[in-house]
Each structure stands twice: as structure tokens, then as C-alpha cells.
Ligand binder design. Structure first.
Ligand SMILES: C[C@@H]1O[C@H](OP(=O)(O)OP(=O)(O)OC[C@H]2O[C@@H](n3ccc(=O)[nH]c3=O)[C@H](O)[C@@H]2O)[C@H](O)[C@H](O)[C@H]1O
Length: 479
């Protein structure tokens, strides 16, 4: 077979790609969206996680099951990790470092799988910074699939010698950002995450180190982003790390359609209440799969919702797993006083179906990027209240792009008032004078909800993965 024929045969050969997300639903859900898009193109995907996480993922469309294999690797137990805790949603924030310790012990299981499966690529998350040398030794190309924005990734240190040592250093744009930007944490946001994310956590390392090791070690950086939203940050990322940076699109989930309602009792009950509300009248309130307000925050949010006099549906996390002993409760009489106008759901809420309902007029969100994507593909304007992780960077980016209204807070301690909550909600969803956020949300649907554009991003990613595979095969033949 001549080289031309061999090359076209290789090009047509389908890829086998392993996806290995961090143990958080805000990561696993977008990874699964990419798995579906790659599978739609006939390529095979092995989605690796722990048994309970895989069992809790949304069901696949039947036509994709031949292309996506779920690989369950039992999570090794480590001291202080609560029983059955396999995702960040299952345990209090202060125990997440033990989940990261256990995640590191998945190394043996995934190495064995990669050695046996010999895939073309493994695309991993920021927590698997230790995977690069293993994949390289096995001759498997390794990519960092970031569900964080390019603007958030640029915040990390390309040189590895971080001059930033104090929380204040993280409240301004880093010196390597050559254009004017206010993408940075607020002081209270840095203080909340400083130990785990920057100084180092119980697992012996810090998220900052994990990110920088991935950014420097990977063969290719695939970013859940798009040039329509942050071209300047994607270009900067490529300059900083001198490697291919491939935006994969925002990975908006396929929106539910009528037939999805039949068997889901929880959704049918929620839908029954939403159907009774006026169109475009209800504020959806949710802070992701991890964030849980403290008692003071919970009280101010609740009384702010009450003062706003707006209908609301609140997906409220009262506990992060069975071992969470920090009790928080709604203010005395709140549910009675708001009965009929508001609902509080303390179990897992079908967020995408709720956001898709025509009664929803806005989203009070924590700025978790997966929720941001889901809201903006549906033109839901954003009111933002951050809690942890990269949410502060996301919120400052959204403010800079005028895509979200941040509830005013004390910069030092992050405190806010019920009046500020009520005022921000009414400003965004009611005030005629300020349709700005509603108009912006309509404009952003074109960026976040354009499926043709999303498909183009995935086609480009697949071409890059094939191109790199050709180089690896050529190198292997040369040896
Ligand atoms: C990416 C990163 O990972 C984390 O994700 P987290 O779960 O907090 O929030 P989302 O990214 O919105 O992801 C949450 C995902 O869970 C879904 N969901 C959540 C709760 C519920 O009751 N029902 C649902 O369907 C929601 O629809 C979304 O798909 C951190 O925030 C981080 O800041 C964020 O940028």
C-alpha cells in the first residue's frame, strides 16, 4: 500500500479517545457532552470514572451507546474520606482534598486500562496532572480538556515561578496579561480558596500546581470555549504555553424536548407548578452541585428573594452528603410567607429542564461555567453570587463582558444584604429602564446556543487529534 493510500486509510480510521474528568458533576457533565459529539462522528470514547458517578450520569441517547463505553474504576479508600463519597457533591468542601487524594490513587487503575486499551488519545482534567508521563511512556497522546474558560486558565502561571504569594496578589490581573482586564478574584474569594487552591491542601499539592503541571505537560490544550466569546484569551493562552490550544465550543447540552417528561416524577411535579406561573416571571436560583451557602448567606438570599416580590424556584443544597454536619435552615416563616410564589427544592433539581421552561425569566447563579452555558444558550439573564473555586474569575469575566450582574458585596468579607439581592434581581428581570442584561442574554444565545458552530468546533478538534496521531505513528515507524 503506497504512503498516500496508507495516509488516507489512517485518516479514515476512527479514533479511540479516553475521557477522564475530575470527580465533579460540573466537570463530568460537559465531558459527557463532548463524548456524545465525538461519538456522533463514529469515533469510540471510553469515559472513565468511579462506579457511583457513572451510575448517576444522564442517560445516553440509544444511538450513541455503541460508541461510548463507561469504564468504572473503584475509588480507593483513604482516611477521612466519607463512605460512598465519589464526587464533590457528596462531601463538605473541607473534605474535598481527601477526594483528590483518592483520585490520585486511580493512577494504577487507569494505567492498566490505558495499557490494555492502547487508545489514540487520553483527554484529562486538571486533577490528573500525574497522567502525562504515564501516557507518554505508553505512547498515548495526552491532552488537557479544560472545562474552565481560557480567561481563567490565563490566570495561572506560565513560568512556574509564581511571584504571587499573598491573597492580594490574586485580586489583580497577572503581569503576563498584556491587555487591560479586570479578570481576577475579589479579596474575599481568594481568602476562601487560598489554602486549598494556592497554598496547598491535605492531598499534598494545590490546584494552582495541578493546573500549571497540566498546562505545561500536555501535548494539546482543549478548552471549553469559543473564539466568539474570548478570542484575546485563547490567543494569549497559546502564547503563554507555546502549544496547540483548541477551543471545543461551549458544549451546551442538547435541550430537553416534550417526550423527555414521561417517567420523571420529580420533573412532572415541578413542571406542574411552573405551568401555573406567568410566562417569563420566575427567577431560577441554583448554586451548582457543590456550593452550599453558610447560614448568614442563606438568610440574606432568602429574605432578598422575599423582598423582591418575584416568583422563584430555588434548588437549594442544604447538605453536602450524609457526613455534612453544618446545619443551615431557611428563615423562620419564610416558606409560609412565600407559599404559592416560591418553591424551595432541596434535592437534585432537573436544572436544564427548569431553565428551558417558558416561565423562567432569570437565573441567580454561582457562576459555575456549566450553569452559565446552560443559561445563556436559553437567553436567561444572569445575576451572580459566587461561592468557591473559579467562580470569582468567571463572575469577573462575565462582568467585564457585561454578561452578568454581580450582587454588590463587601470586598473584604464578601457579606451582602437582602436589599442588595432584591435590588439586583429586580434590576435584571423587571426594571424596564434596564433591559440591558435581558438584551445581552438574547445576544449571547447566538454564541452559546449555535449548534452548527458547536459542530464545527468538534470537527476541528477531531482533525487536530487525527493530525497528531499521524505524527505519533510516523515517529513510531521511524523508531
Ligand atoms: C465547572 C466548574 O465546576 C464546579 O461545578 P458546579 O457543579 O459547582 O457548577 P456548574 O459548573 O454550574 O455545573 C453544575 C451542573 O450540574 C447540574 N445540576 C446541578 C445541581 C442540581 O441540582 N441539578 C443539576 O442538574 C447543572 O445543570 C450543571 O450541568 C464549580 O462550580 C466550578 O466553579 C465550575 O466552574
Amino acid at each position: 500500500m503506497d504512503s498516500q493510500a496508507l495516509r488516507s486509510k489512517q485518516d479514515d480510521a476512527k479514533l479511540h479517545i479516553v475521557l477522564f474528568p475530575w470527580l465533579a458533576f460540573g466537570h463530568m457533565i460537559p465531558y459527557l457532552e463532548l463524548a456524545k459529539l465525538v461519538a456522533q462522528r463514529g469515533h469510540h470514547v471510553s469515559f472513565v470514572s468511579t462506579p457511583r458517578n457513572i451510575d448517576r450520569l444522564p442517560k445516553l441517547p440509544p444511538n450513541l451507546t455503541p460508541f461510548i463505553s463507561f469504564v468504572k474504576i473503584p475509588l480507593p479508600h483513604v482516611p477521612n474520606l466519607p463512605e460512598n463519597a465519589e464526587a464533590t457533591t457528596d462531601l463538605p468542601e473541607n473534605k474535598v482534598p481527601f477526594l483528590k487524594q483518592a483520585y490520585n490513587l486511580l493512577e494504577e487503575g487507569i494505567t492498566g486500562f490505558l495499557d490494555a486499551a492502547a487508545p489514540d488519545w487520553v483527554l484529562h482534567d486538571f486533577t490528573a496532572y500525574w497522567l502525562v508521563p504515564i501516557a507518554t511512556k505508553l505512547g498515548i497522546a495526552c491532552g488537557f480538556l479544560s472545562i474552565f474558560t481560557a480567561s481563567a486558565l490565563c490566570f495561572f502561571n506560565p513560568s512556574g515561578q509564581d511571584h504571587r504569594t499573598e491573597p492580594e496578589d490574586f485580586t489583580v490581573a497577572p503581569k503576563w496579561v498584556p491587555f487591560p482586564s479586570r479578570v481576577a478574584f475579589r479579596y474575599f474569594e481568594v481568602v476562601k480558596i487560598f489554602n486549598n487552591a494556592i497554598a496547598g491542601d491535605a492531598s499534598g499539592t494545590s490546584d494552582m500546581h495541578r493546573f500549571e503541571a497540566c498546562l505545561r505537560g500536555c501535548d494539546l490544550l482543549a478548552v471549553r470555549s469559543c473564539t466568539e466569546l474570548e478570542p484575546e484569551w485563547l490567543r494569549l493562552l497559546e502564547q503563554l504555553y507555546q502549544k496547540p490550544v483548541v477551543p471545543v465550543g461551549q458544549l451546551p447540552p442538547i435541550l430537553p424536548h416534550g417526550g423527555d417528561d414521561d417517567e420523571d416524577e420529580t420533573w412532572l411535579e415541578i413542571k406542574g407548578w411552573l405551568d401555573k406561573q406567568a410566562g417569563g416571571s420566575v427567577v431560577y436560583v441554583a448554586f451548582g452541585s457543590e456550593a452550599k451557602p453558610n447560614q448568614t448567606e442563606l438568610t440574606e438570599i432568602a429574605l432578598g428573594l422575599e423582598q423582591s416580590e418575584l416568583p422563584f424556584f430555588w434548588a437549594l443544597k442544604l447538605k453536602r452528603g450524609p457526613c455534612d454536619i453544618e446545619v443551615i435552615q431557611l428563615p423562620e416563616g419564610f416558606e409560609e410567607r412565600t407559599k404559592g410564589r416560591g418553591v424551595v427544592c432541596t434535592s437534585w433539581a432537573p436544572q436544564l429542564k427548569i431553565l428551558s421552561h417558558p416561565s423562567i425569566c432569570g437565573f441567580l447563579s454561582h457562576s459555575g461555567w456549566t450553569s452559565v452555558v446552560e443559561a445563556l444558550q436559553l437567553e436567561r439573564p444572569l445575576i451572580l453570587l459566587t461561592f468557591l473555586a473559579d467562580q470569582g474569575l468567571n463572575a469577573s469575566f462575565l462582568r467585564e463582558k457585561k454578561m452578568g450582574c454581580l450582587i454588590p458585596r463587601n470586598e473584604e468579607d464578601g457579606s451582602f444584604t437582602r436589599e442588595a439581592v432584591a435590588r439586583s434581581l429586580r434590576l435584571v428581570v423587571v426594571e424596564e429602564g434596564d433591559k440591558f442584561y435581558r438584551d445581552k442574554a438574547k445576544e449571547m444565545r447566538a454564541v452559546f446556543g449555535d449548534r452548527d458552530r458547536q459542530n464545527q468546533y468538534v470537527d476541528t478538534l477531531v482533525s487536530c487529534l487525527k493530525e497528531h496521531r499521524r505524527h505519533v505513528h510516523k515517529a513510531a515507524r521511524a523508531n
